[in-house]
Design a protein around this ligand. Structure first.
Ligand SMILES: [Zn+2]
Length: 348
């Protein structure tokens, strides 16, 4: 059994496979628009896209499986990848989590998930969003929990299903799991350093690791989001945060500190309907616009330009995040070998 407690590392710093995007001084909040609003400037529609795996991707099914039940050599117990029926998939919730993290970081939004104590956060972050005063990320992706009123959000993520490519067993090393209460998360003032993002790395296996079923690089999964009543700049923030029309490539699933989970989003088809067009009720007017290929890229860029001009967009944080989350094969580094926690006693 591996000892994952950070208690035995006195004086040692774990190697950094992540970095922090600083929090802004304030959170920009507004009343939620609601789901039944009719406003001529709002967009409803779907974006279909592919997720291309850049490194092995592993999202656990949460269950151990017998290797023969997955068509592999019999006799092994492995961690199976998440499936819909018998098809390999990335759950919409995992994708949403990764996209939301990016959106929060660049949009003066609250910290949706943190185990930090409120007293260690800047004042603006010690207040929870509510339907009367919600940040952009809570409006887009919803809010729940901690006793506050729930809001379902305006973007829905479907599961992304594997289309081409396959899985193989990847030995997942036992990882050091940092905890927010550890000192390296904090500035000397004890205030949080910011939002944590794992960097992209060239992955490596550990022969002593647990066998996990990972999707091989260069596989394609088909994904889809549906959105309702978004402004142009909110729509652009969703595109931006998914890695459409930006240098950002997402990371999700297990083994992120070991280089797993890098994905590129390739937009395929955007279907947009504006409320104005639907309710004009003019049979001669096309209520729906479909964008593909060059027109799709141009339409996404138009939304992102609107996002970058909006008051919630944080240019400095976006610049840092675009560097941190850019996957460049030419400059990709190997995972620091010290990341693997060997034998339960010491870093090497
Ligand atoms: Zn919020």
């Amino acid at each position: 059994m591996f000892n994952r407690s950070p208690g035995g590392y006195s004086g040692q710093r774990p190697p950094k496979t992540y970095d922090f995007i600083p929090l802004p001084d304030s959170v920009i909040r507004q009343k939620v628009p609601g789901h039944n609003l009719l406003n001529a400037d709002l967009y409803t529609g779907t974006l279909e896209f592919f997720l291309r795996t850049l490194t092995p991707v592993f999202v656990s099914s949460g269950q151990a499986a017998l290797s023969e039940s997955l068509g592999m050599n019999p006799g092994g117990v492995i961690q199976a990848h998440y499936r819909i029926g018998d098809r390999i998939a990335i759950p919409g919730s995992s994708l949403k989590g990764a996209v939301r993290s990016v959106a929060e970081a660049v949009s003066a939004s609250c910290l949706n998930i943190t185990r930090a104590s409120h007293r260690d956060l800047p004042d603006a972050f010690s207040i929870d969003c509510t339907p009367d005063a919600a940040c952009t990320a809570c409006i887009l992706f919803g809010m729940s929990g901690r006793g506050r009123e729930a809001y379902s959000g305006h973007v829905h993520f479907h599961d992304a299903i594997l289309q081409t490519g396959r899985t193989r067993l990847f030995r997942m090393p036992a990882l050091f799991r940092p905890r927010p209460e550890s000192s390296f998360y904090r500035k000397p003032s004890r205030k949080f350093k910011g939002r944590k993002f794992y960097k992209h790395y060239r992955p490596s296996e550990d022969r002593r690791g647990v066998e996990s079923e990972a999707i091989l690089p260069d596989s394609l999964l088909a994904g889809k989001i549906e959105f309702t009543n978004l402004t142009e700049s909110q729509l652009g923030l969703v595109f931006y945060s998914m890695g459409c029309g930006t240098h950002i490539q997402l990371k999700l699933g297990g083994g992120k500190p070991k280089g797993l989970g890098s994905l590129k989003t390739e937009p395929k088809r955007l279907i947009l309907s504006s409320v104005e067009e639907i309710f004009l009720n003019d049979p001669d007017k096309t209520a729906i616009s479909v964008y593909e290929n060059a027109a799709l890229i141009e339409r996404i860029q138009r939304s992102i330009i609107s996002t970058k001009q909006s008051k919630f967009f944080l240019n400095k944080q976006a610049e840092e995040l675009e560097k941190l989350l850019h996957f460049n094969l030419d400059t990709l580094e190997d995972v620091p070998s010290e990341v693997i926690f060997r034998g339960g006693k010491q870093w090497r």
